[in-house]
Design a protein around this ligand. Sequence first.
Ligand code: PEP
Ligand code: MN
Length: 337
Amino acid sequence: MIVVLKPGMAQKEVQAVADRIESLGLKAFVVVGKERTIIGAIGDERLLVDQTLESFPGVEKVLPILKPYKLVSREFQAEDTVIKVGGYEIGGKKIHVMAGPCSVESQEQVLGAAIPAKEAGATFLRGGAFKPRTSPYSFQGLGEEGLSHLAHARKMTGLAIITEVLDPRDLDLVYRYTDILQIGARNMQNFKLLTEVGKLDKPVMLKRGMSASIQEFLLSAEYIAAEGNRRIILCERGIRTFETETRNTLDLSAVPILKQLSHLPVFIDPSHSTGKWELVTPMALAGVAAGADGLLIEVHPRPEVALCDGPQSLKPEKFSALMRNLRKVAEAVGRDM
Ligand code: PEP
Ligand code: MN
């Protein structure tokens, strides 16, 4: 439910309504808007049956949220969420490109991607230190050593960092190094992990599960938001279909659908969705044309010797050409880069 309060209420009165909601067994999320303060009453709404919140002092009206996900829905918050992180704003007018290798392999390799990525206009450095590999025999990542290479690259280039956390037991460690926590496609429904990152004060990029519907995707985001962390970026990274020419099928329509259903920023990952470096640029351009707020792109100084995802990684010069083309598309759809 959305509880709309009368204008000009004092903080104490707002708190009294929130306390009343919580005493009924629901969680109260206070959102102070420019004109109005609203409270999201989230939880089992059957607890509100027979309760006349509308008659409570200061309450103007009570509206149901019809979607199963609540806090992340447009119904709950009409304005776009803009996330401040690393000196940038994600979800505003500027398109953000997060670039870097699939996995961190060495300091030299990370810098070999980070320096040209920064020069080309990327704002974040991506790179996995804990890798969710399909085979247990594939390279699993460097762990903390990988995180320290990312931190060094941040110092050298000024790029902010995004890196994946696979396991709640690694959260403290990853939290210390990263600016944004990435939850991978395979963990989109790892509800324990979602709940844990929901308690933290750093933004989370949630990648869509490869067989997840949009509703399931948003319900996973809701798990994070329900714990208090509402700085969530949604990332469409391709879904499983019958098509075998690409690694996954990029669901481009997910971008405008997600923007319609949710106020959260939406990114596209053209690397994992195609699996082929030749397809990365056209899909990146299409993603921004479709309204994406940013891109997550794999860049490797030497893709031919990459320990992970070489075939879909761009060489730095190809990445810089992509960025030049992207600027034109961004401008055409009224965005900055
Ligand atoms: C990644 O971005 O490093 C990754 C593993 O992607 P996904 O979770 O989308 O497969
Ligand atoms: Mn990868």
